[in-house]
Write a protein that binds this ligand. Structure first.
Ligand code: F0G
Length: 380
């Protein structure tokens, strides 16, 4: 039987815009093609007339946007004959690296901060057969060690300093433009290493690129793979808005942060790897950086789940928390279209979710009377 419409991942879908060859063996788990969900109940809470969409990247195969970059990074590592990959991670990159390495039949080494990654992510890396190396340090320590060890050990780094990662991740912007028929006015993202905000800017810029006349320095990464090089162009690009957790906000402090802290462990990063690129994005797009407190982040995570039925991990909710504040204040203009990336699934971090939930859990005897009473007592 043949399946004419079968979706087989983002490299196949965007093959002409990615650095792969006809005979490249593609390592894919069907990543990408995630839902762009229009929020129905939250926009009115801002008191402003705006369209808010969330790009639910938690629905990628390993539950985060990392899969977009990992399919490219592992595909290219295999093409180059690599036997092993390595990364430092706050959790999601390690889960994704482990999965794609398993799929490719190579080894993944993952360095994670001891005790500071969410349980779901640890479970994934362990089940997917990665060599899990817990370090008594944070992500930034892990990243430094990975860079050092890769100078001599036969391993390919698959953190976002690997340029193929950003190439894969830029496809999220392609999907958004294709679905909306244009680029949004604002694109809001949580920022850690700032790889993802950089990748989105590359994607939007390639869509806006006229006749191969790259509209941004970032676009030159594409090395001629621009979607519309020599063709039509959507012209417009969004303002890119990056939100950080207050305890881990080097872009707000204007310098690296040595002891980052936040409940949003995914973005507990003080030395962003894409520092210069992110400032370029900021300048070129006319966007800005801002910070959210842990309380604001958790409140947005809960609001999204309660009001829209969309469950994301804490770090992901940073984009919505910041966007709502900036919409209310008018910094994000009325009548605009806003996309917030939800970078990871809520099930990644069940402990934080349960700890902050105030939902009543009704305990009763197993009889009809008590079930009826529980329903009547709790009808809205
Ligand atoms: N959101 C989530 C859920 C993440 O896991 C990350 C990064 C980010 C946002 C920030 O993206 O670094 O491109 O600015 N997680 C990495 C990891 C660091 O190891 O999983 P960024």
């Amino acid at each position: 039987m043949t399946f004419r419409q079968r979706y087989t991942g983002l490299i196949e879908r965007y093959r002409d815009r990615l650095p792969v060859h006809d005979d490249t063996r593609i390592i894919s788990l069907g990543e990408g093609n995630t839902p762009l969900i229009r929020l129905h109940n939250i926009p009115e809470l801002t008191g402003r007339d705006v369209d808010i969409y969330v790009k639910y990247e938690g629905l990628n195969p390993t539950g985060s946007f990392k899969d977009r970059g990992m399919t490219m990074a592992v595909t290219k590592a295999m093409e180059d004959g690599s036997q092993a990959i390595i990364c430092a991670s706050t959790g999601n990159t390690s889960a994704s690296a482990a999965a794609y390495a398993a799929r490719a039949g190579i080894t993944a080494f993952v360095l994670i901060p001891d005790g500071k990654i969410a349980q779901g992510k640890l479970a994934q890396a362990m089940m997917e057969g990665a060599v899990v190396i817990q370090i008594k340090g944070n992500f930034d320590d892990g990243m430094r060690l990975v860079k050092e060890v890769a100078q001599t050990a036969p391993v390919t780094i698959v953190n976002s300093i690997n340029p193929y990662r950003l190439q894969g991740q830029k496809t999220a912007a392609f999907e958004i433009v294709e679905e909306l028929g244009r680029a949004p006015d604002y694109h809001c993202l949580p920022v850690g290493n700032a790889g993802n905000i950089t990748a989105h800017w590359i994607g939007y810029s390639e869509y806006a690129c006229k006749d191969g006349d790259h509209v941004t320095d970032a676009c030159t990464f594409c090395k001629g793979h621009c979607r519309f090089a020599g063709g039509p162009s959507v012209g417009q690009r969004p303002k890119m808005v990056g939100y950080q957790a207050s305890g881990s906000a080097p872009f707000l402090r204007g310098k690296i942060v040595d002891d980052p802290e936040t409940v949003a462990t995914a973005i507990r990063i003080g030395h962003p790897q894409s520092w210069d690129q992110a400032w370029t994005v900021n300048k070129e797009s006319g966007g800005w950086f801002d910070e959210c407190t842990d309380e604001e982040i958790l409140a947005a995570q809960k609001l999204l789940a309660e009001k829209e039925g969309v469950f994301c991990e804490p770090a992901s909710a940073t984009s919505l928390a910041g966007a709502m504040r900036d919409i209310k204040s008018g910094k994000i203009a009325e009548n605009s279209t806003v996309v917030c990336t939800l970078t990871g699934h809520g099930l990644k971090d069940p402990d934080t979710a349960i700890a902050q939930s105030t939902a009543p859990v009704v305990k009763i005897e197993a009889n009809l009377e008590q079930v009826k009473k529980a329903i009547l007592d709790n009808l809205a």
